[in-house]
Ligand binder design. Structure first.
Ligand SMILES: [Ca+2]
Ligand SMILES: [Ca+2]
Ligand SMILES: [Ca+2]
Length: 205
């Protein structure tokens, strides 16, 4: 009975504490050096989350972001005939589980005006799209309109216009997965707890 009580209390503590490891970060690009970014260039560090530009490159542009003059944002660049040049990728050092909100700049095009993709087992998977663009480029505050839980964890987000227009990204609020070190610590703690339970059980036999 006593052992069962210890087990139940331990499980409650474990279940209560684990979700608190989910961390939230807002990437606003204000600390990034303005100008063109090549793959691997740092875009932001927020807490333990580091964001870099991926293979679809872009620029940090100063001024004209959602917060007005002086506000920096990530711009996909209008790179010519290749539609992928209108895409920009952000690569993170930790897996992202949700996009909580996002401000985005885009305009109406013949196709879908704005999409977010993540790498899939095969082709990239569209996790969000919007066809709300007007004829002129415009900022959309929290374009997602609520938390977007990703179908699986990812370290890469790909933002693009499907047609011929560049896009801008700012104030990207994400939820990311716990520190690997914390997970290991919890594994050790949990292993120790259940090992203790097993020892107690064996001692009783
Ligand atoms: Ca900004
Ligand atoms: Ca680009
Ligand atoms: Ca359109």
């Amino acid at each position: 009975m006593r052992l069962a009580t210890i087990c139940a209390a331990g499980l409650v503590v474990f279940a209560t504490c684990v979700p608190t490891f989910a961390s939230i970060a807002t990437v606003d690009f204000e600390s990034a050096v303005p100008g063109a970014k090549v793959s691997g260039d740092e875009l932001a560090t927020v807490g333990s989350l580091v964001a870099k530009v991926g293979s679809q490159t872009g620029s940090i542009v100063a001024g004209g972001g959602p917060a007005g003059a002086g506000d920096q944002y990530l711009y996909s660049d209008d790179g010519g005939a290749d539609p992928q040049d209108r895409a920009v990728e952000i690569v993170f050092n930790k897996p992202i589980s949700s996009i909580l909100s996002l401000d985005a700049l885009f305009q109406d095009s013949g196709g879908t005006d704005f999409t977010i993709r993540i790498p899939g087992p095969g082709p990239n998977i569209v996790v969000f799209s919007s066809n709300a663009g007007g004829l002129n480029p415009a900022w959309f505050t929290d374009v997602i309109g609520g938390p977007l839980v990703l179908p699986f964890y990812t370290t890469k987000l790909i933002f693009t216009d499907n047609d011929t227009n560049p896009v801008g990204i700012d104030n990207l609020k994400v939820e990311y997965v716990p520190e690997a070190g914390s997970l290991i610590a919890w594994s050790v703690l949990a292993g120790g707890f259940f090992g203790f339970v097993r020892l107690r059980r064996n001692a009783r036999v």
